[in-house]
Design a binder for this molecule. Structure first.
Ligand SMILES: [Zn+2]
Length: 118
């Protein structure tokens, strides 16, 4: 199925979306200013579980962004990412199951705080 499709598809690990107007899925390139900033690029690569640099033809689909970050041009009807866009939705699941690095001391303090309320 995917082979027949010649258009863009999402390059995010575990995401199999491709451009679908009916479903409202649009494809976006990683903004140039993200790629130019080592810090921002690192953040994106981390949340998207990219083990290496973004490939040249990397696209990310709109399902990884909140609606407010997807801007539709009234004139051209094209969608593009807001400058503040950051992928927070439908991220690769390994990020959810990663081991918590919260130190034990902080966890204990949270429990204590809760007991104060009671
Ligand atoms: Zn995707």
């Amino acid at each position: 199925m995917v082979k027949k499709y010649k258009g863009k598809y999402c390059g995010v690990p575990q995401c199999k979306n491709f451009y679908n107007k009916e479903k409202g899925i649009s494809m976006h390139r990683v903004p140039a200013f993200i790629l130019k900033s080592p810090l921002l690029k690192k953040k994106w690569m981390h949340v998207l579980r990219m083990g290496k640099e973004f490939p040249k033809n990397f696209f990310i689909c709109s399902t990884h962004f909140l609606d407010k970050y997807i801007i539709t041009s009234q004139k051209s009807k094209l969608t593009f990412l807001s400058r503040a866009a950051f992928p927070t939705e439908n991220l690769p699941s390994s990020i959810v199951t990663k081991r918590s690095k919260t130190p034990r001391r902080i966890l204990q303090r949270i429990v204590e705080d809760k007991s104060y309320e009671m």
